[in-house]
Design a protein around this ligand. Structure first.
Ligand SMILES: [Zn+2]
Length: 65
């Protein structure tokens, strides 16, 4: 019984928390901003793509004063 228990525990541990993603690197592409992220808790890595590129804020009013 002990032989089959170990892998199952490992899977449960990996899924037991909500990943806290840290951005290791990011760069712009024509698709958007690609971010290489890593979970600080378990070390799992993932690639995220922000579909909408970061937009420079536009002025909502004229200059005052
Ligand atoms: Zn994690």
């Amino acid at each position: 019984m002990t032989g089959s228990a170990a892998p199952r525990i490992a899977v449960e541990r990996a899924a037991a928390h909500e990943h806290g993603w840290l951005v290791e690197s990011a760069h712009r592409t024509s698709e958007g901003v690609v971010q290489y992220v890593r979970c600080a808790g378990c070390g799992v890595r993932r690639v995220d793509v922000a579909a909408v590129p970061i937009v420079v804020p536009a002025a909502a009013s004229r200059e005052l004063g």
